[in-house]
Design a protein around this ligand. Structure first.
Ligand SMILES: O=C(O)CCC(=O)C(=O)O
Length: 268
């Protein structure tokens, strides 16, 4: 690829994206969005199938459950859960509770316990492009079910289960530009309650090119633009009202385009 095109791709990826003004009222963003700019953009073309609530369970099992990712649109109503996840409400209910943060690298062994208020007021911020994943703290999962159970009871997961599995939740909140680099595990769903999350996926037999200690953001800027067409991931950005399903052992990496509140349902 010519150097000029490579520079243009990097420039485009860095170009701030102006969001529509209505996005900034607190009802729309639950009080979470910290900045009117997002450091990174949505993909040019979403390459994950999207289906609406007319899909049957039989069709889900046949077409997607064991074969490929899919985004289910409008399949559950989580408006009550969403109203409980505003910044003001969560700080009021959980501000003094401890949350466990993990580093945002593929093999994340470092953990840090801080109060939820300390996380929200001091650590929740946009990703610094020069900071490594193993030096970035991410709040996702490790949730104390006794403390967060009342909130999780109000969440309605996507209705389609994989036979022989049951669901376990991982809840998180993270700044724009943050995310988890490529990894894989069992099947599950991911939903954003506030914000947007860009997903990158590869089938189990196609190991992506990535550095496990670098952030998804640095992968997007340094690796993604130079991938030949056939090595590009399947990708899409999800927003509230959409649930992304990833099958067993599919590689995936995430990137929060805004400050995001999100929940995964792991089917194990
Ligand atoms: O939501 C995220 O940023 C991480 C989600 C993820 O990697 C997962 O659900 O396995």
């Amino acid at each position: 690829m010519a150097l000029g095109i490579q520079l243009l791709l990097i420039f485009q990826a860095l170009l701030p994206l102006t969001l529509p003004e209505q996005s900034f009222c607190t009802e729309e963003d639950g009080g979470w969005r910290l900045s009117p700019y997002s450091a990174v953009q949505e993909e040019e073309q979403c390459t994950v199938d999207k289906v609406d609530s007319s899909i049957s369970y039989a069709e889900f099992l046949k077409q997607y459950a064991y074969k490929r990712p899919v985004i289910l649109k409008g399949i559950t109503d989580n408006s009550e859960f969403r109203s409980l996840c505003t910044k003001q409400n969560l700080l009021q209910e959980y501000g003094d509770r401890l949350v466990r943060l993990s580093t945002a690298n593929t093999y994340s062994y470092e953990k840090l316990d801080v109060s939820f208020r300390q996380y929200v007021e001091h650590l929740l911020k946009p990703q610094d492009v020069n900071t490594l994943g193993n030096d970035t703290l991410y709040f996702f999962g490790d949730n104390n079910i006794t403390e967060w159970g009342l909130l999780f009871d109000k969440y309605t997961p996507p209705p389609f289960k994989i036979p022989g599995t049951s669901g376990a939740y991982s809840f998180g909140i993270a700044g724009s530009g943050t995310g988890v680099p490529f990894h894989w595990h069992g099947p599950g769903y991911s939903e954003v309650i506030y914000g947007r999350k860009r997903w990158f996926l590869y089938p189990p037999d196609k190991t992506p090119e990535f550095n496990p200690n670098r952030t998804t953001l640095s992968w997007l800027l340094d690796t993604y633009p130079f991938l030949p067409e056939e090595d590009r991931p399947i990708e899409c950005t999800i927003r509230p009202g959409e649930a992304l399903y990833f099958p067993d052992r599919w590689w995936h990496a995430t990137l929060n385009l805004d400050t995001s509140v999100f929940i995964s349902t792991f089917l194990g």
